[in-house]
Ligand binder design. Structure first.
Ligand SMILES: [Fe+2]
Length: 302
């Protein structure tokens, strides 16, 4: 370190940290999201670099690494820096379980051609990944392999903002409420093929707080989405009306960052404080949209 940079470090610890960080960060919106430049994710990263990425991740909730061209193995290896990979309950059209790095696509399994009716469409509804697990996801990573010329966006809603905007008496009323999440309810809510008996046994219902505290920052957020069947201890219709109303207010445009994909994007987001959904804003019968997905296990919501 030069005398000058030592002086800067003493004057400003934040500036010193930024100087030591081997990448640049450019904020994408007031809601969430930052572009990261200067890292090739195809190569192994050091623990220090991983920690710097995690620091940016907690600060911005969504990290966007542009111009990455990763094999599935390279994406798998990068994902392992952040924890253990999730197993998936969903099945491929041939009935086999998803592999740890699986493909999100609108290409028809039989014809290989773009289709407006892919085999699963739950991702078009607001949700947080794997909330039907007792220990849901920390982060999901999506890597854009093929994207339409325009559209096919992913929307992210900041649930800290959703919670913060609630009147104080409503925050008090929500304290202690628990929502019951399940794969079965998720399939029902999204009009997908019903869960099979095997899937129901594999993923029995779990309950989580409606107001969740972020394990890294201590900030509160709403923990909602399409995987919820009902509110524990509340008549189903009453709970559904309350959840629908909460979801509508929490996902207003002012709380949403819209990610417009470019081929080569690797996007990782914080499932602990964001909802997300895909947008059908492209001609799905003409253009291919293919992304590789990995999901990391998090901690029990509190
Ligand atoms: Fe998702």
């Amino acid at each position: 370190m030069t005398d000058l940079s030592q002086a800067a470090a003493i004057a400003s610890p934040t500036a010193a940290l930024a100087a030591a960080r081997p990448f640049t960060i450019a904020r994408l919106s007031d809601v969430a999201g930052a572009e990261i430049h200067g890292i090739n994710l195809a190569k192994p990263i050091t623990p220090e670099l991983r920690d710097a990425i995690l620091e940016a991740f907690v600060a911005h909730h969504i990290l966007v690494f542009r111009d990455q061209h990763l094999t599935k193995d390279q994406q798998h290896a990068f994902t392992l820096n952040f924890g253990e990979l999730e197993e998936h309950v969903g099945r491929l059209p041939d009935g086999t379980q998803y592999p740890p790095v699986h493909t999100v696509t609108n290409l028809d399994a039989e014809t290989g051609k773009p289709t407006p009716t892919p085999s699963t469409h739950g991702n078009y509804f607001w949700h947080t990944d794997k909330s039907y697990h007792a220990i849901p996801s920390l982060t999901t990573l999506l890597h854009a392999v093929q994207v339409p010329p325009e559209g096919g966006d992913t929307l992210f809603a900041n649930m800290h903002m959703g919670y913060d905007a609630l009147p104080e008496d409503e925050k008090v009323a929500l304290t202690g409420l628990r929502a019951v999440h399940s794969w079965e309810a998720s399939r029902r809510n999204t009009g997908n093929k019903p869960a099979t008996e095997v899937q129901k046994q594999e993923r029995p219902p779990v309950d989580h707080p409606v107001v969740r505290t972020h394990p890294e920052t201590g900030s509160k957020s709403l923990y909602l989405g399409m995987h919820i069947g009902h509110i524990a201890g509340m008549p189903e219709a009453e709970g559904k009306a309350m959840l629908d109303d909460l979801l509508e207010r929490a996902t207003v445009p002012a709380n949403v960052y819209r990610h417009q994909w470019k081929r080569g994007d690797l996007v990782m987001w914080d499932n602990r404080c964001l909802l997300h959904r895909a947008d059908r804003n492209y001609d799905m019968s003409v253009h291919a949209r293919v992304l590789h997905r990995t999901v990391v296990i998090g901690t029990k919501p509190v």
